[in-house]
Design a protein around this ligand. Structure first.
Ligand SMILES: C[S@@+](CC[C@H](N)C(=O)[O-])C[C@H]1O[C@@H](n2cnc3c(N)ncnc32)[C@H](O)[C@@H]1O
Length: 217
């Protein structure tokens, strides 16, 4: 989902595998590999040196995008973090409200927080897909700012617009989301403190089940 020919910043890069891959495969001309931790940046430095990419990849210690400037990258990658942390990082960075900047996100959890944030804050999700590694399904999506706020049916925030009719992996991801909501609902069903959450989860669950039924024709 990283655009060909664009510069990239990989936030939370750890070993800098992604920016190295993008440069070695001719996708990006140069990259910033950033991380909040010194240890990950040491890992990143080893990868950069192993592939001789010192003049293409800049390493940067940064919490989110605090030490990354608007001119440093066109595409911003956030992979392998929770959706809540991604929301925090994106919302702290006003220069992302620019249609020229694209975000590529791979939330490990709470993807619904990210989709909701995008919808409520004028970002459009242009692509979304599920990929599998070692039997686990992962969501990847790309988004950019249009300024148009959107509102979606409640199930959307949990499943996006994944192609459940044509893609088995997408379908199994959506089924897992439905199971996750059922478990959460079961856990809070008799607790009055959670009545609001319970209502919104029930609505989302009904919506997802309807979506799966419609996909069955
Ligand atoms: C699980 S690793 C993911 C590494 C790589 N992005 C991937 O997907 O394989 C998460 C990385 O995010 C970094 N990280 C956590 N919070 C961060 C923050 N606020 N800003 C920048 N990096 C952060 C961690 O130090 C760690 O290296």
């Amino acid at each position: 989902m990283v655009r060909c020919g664009k510069t990239v910043c990989d936030v939370g890069t750890d070993h800098a595998y992604l920016p190295s891959y993008l440069i070695l495969n001719g996708v990006c001309p140069e990259a910033v590999a950033s991380d909040i931790g010194e240890g990950p940046l040491e890992n990143a430095a080893k990868t950069v040196s192993a592939y001789g990419l010192e003049n293409k990849i800049t390493l940067r210690l940064s919490d989110g995008l605090w030490n990354i400037g608007e001119k440093d990258a066109d595409d911003i990658v956030l992979c392998g973090m929770g959706g809540e942390l991604m929301v925090r990082i994106i919302s702290e960075t006003p220069w992302l409200k620019n249609a020229c900047k694209h975000l590529v996100c791979q939330p490990m959890s709470h993807a619904e927080d990210l989709r909701r944030y995008f919808a409520e804050n004028g970002f459009t999700i242009e692509k979304e897909s599920v990929c599998e590694d070692s039997g686990r399904a992962y969501i990847a999506l790309s988004a950019y700012y249009t300024g148009e706020r959107q509102s979606f049916p409640p199930g959307y925030y949990y499943c996006g617009k994944l192609p459940v009719t044509t893609d088995n992996l997408a379908r199994s991801y959506v089924e897992k989301q439905s199971l996750r909501l059922k478990k959460r609902l079961e856990g809070i069903k008799n607790n009055e403190d959670f009545s609001l959450e319970s209502k919104s989860l029930s609505e989302a669950l009904e919506d997802i089940e309807r979506m799966l039924e419609n996909a069955d024709g």
